[in-house]
Design a protein around this ligand. Sequence first.
Ligand SMILES: Cc1cc2nc3c(=O)[nH]c(=O)nc-3n(C[C@H](O)[C@H](O)[C@H](O)COP(=O)(O)OP(=O)(O)OC[C@H]3O[C@@H](n4cnc5c(N)ncnc54)[C@H](O)[C@@H]3O)c2cc1C
Length: 399
Amino acid sequence: MKTVRFCILGAGPSGLAFAAALKRAGCDSFLVLEKQAEAGGLCRSAMVDGSPLDVGGGHFLDLRRVRALELLFEFMPRDEWREYRRISTIRIRGVEIEHPLEGNLWQFATSDQLDFLESIARAGCVRGEPEPATFDSWIRWKLGDRIAEEYMLPYNRKLWSLPLSDLGIDWLHKLPSVSFREVLLSVLQRKSQGTLPAHGRFLYPRAHGYGEVWRRIAQSLSDRFIPSYSLRSIDMEKRIIDGAIKAEFIVNTIPWTLWPRLTELPEAIRNAVASLVHTGVHVDYHPENVASAAHWIYEPRESEGHHRLLLRHNFCEGARGHWTETNARRSRAPDGTRFVNEFAYPVSTLGKSEAIGAIVDWFRGRGIIGIGRWGTWEHINSDVAVDLALKAAEECLGS
Ligand SMILES: Cc1cc2nc3c(=O)[nH]c(=O)nc-3n(C[C@H](O)[C@H](O)[C@H](O)COP(=O)(O)OP(=O)(O)OC[C@H]3O[C@@H](n4cnc5c(N)ncnc54)[C@H](O)[C@@H]3O)c2cc1C
């Protein structure tokens, strides 16, 4: 039996950042168990057609979380990254308009601007109606019927492939914030308005894919990182993994929905876990360049399977081609290189906050700490995942 202070399940950004924080603090008593042959989780990259491709979808490093950046720059110094001002667009009415649509209506022809402005002016939020509790109603309330029907409803039906009335509104800090006043100002000034939640400016590696920095962190852990690990059972009371590793704390970054296969859970927790919903994403490579200056394009047309195109030739130095992201439920047989991500988005369904709160508290009481995208069931970005992992490691070391 090997005894460690921390056994970390999963070597995505969260597990790796937690491990790196332990090392920084002089704690070597840990192991990181990873199912895949490589570290990085959704942030891994592979070489495709002579250049890197991010297998979990388009991944860009936001610039605002200083502690997360400091950690990543220890492994991939700042001068190995190139900074970009985001250009992302939406395909709508036969043209490409910059994101967020409501802050860039001035890019349409005048008659289209009028359509959208008139519709937003009638939106519930402008007329002082109370905020609805479900995502589909919220879209109409916030943006009016035109943007709802031509962009936000079809785009989100594609992205989530779930009834949008099943989604709550507690995750909407992930969406751009543009007030009605800013909508009007943007049209009058012919200038983008509003605040983006992330990636207004971002970094992407000059000579690698986004996966490289995570690969280097894992490499620095030497034999404490165990790839291609097949997790079979967890003894909850004694915190023994596969009858072979005894841990003071288990740090869980893998989906809670995998746990019922590993251990016995009480009925209430089993039911809470069963209520958690996730979606999968297929990433398909296409060698053609796309005639656009955008780094990525949102595709709301439901006649197209994919919901987003990533124009690799516009952010990956020396590369050609693009890739598409498609919800696994909408995806058809691939006609080229495909990467399958079974666990891509944790979904903020109604009642999720209560379920995940109960799960996290119950496990924490048994020395099992849930962190990251799957431990919190929030679709956080990697810089947020790193920040939260650093804080969690400090708390555990101090306890
Ligand atoms: C399409 C898409 C686009 C995104 N774009 C961005 C972006 O532009 N910028 C950004 O910062 N973030 C982005 N993200 C979010 C980013 O991917 C996550 O924030 C990050 O990967 C979270 O890290 P994590 O370690 O919590 O989870 P994950 O990356 O999912 O890592 C979990 C790890 O657990 C492992 N695991 C699972 N089951 C087991 C098991 N049974 N045993 C052992 N290990 C197991 C997995 O293999 C994986 O390595 C995007 C995500 C998606 C899906």
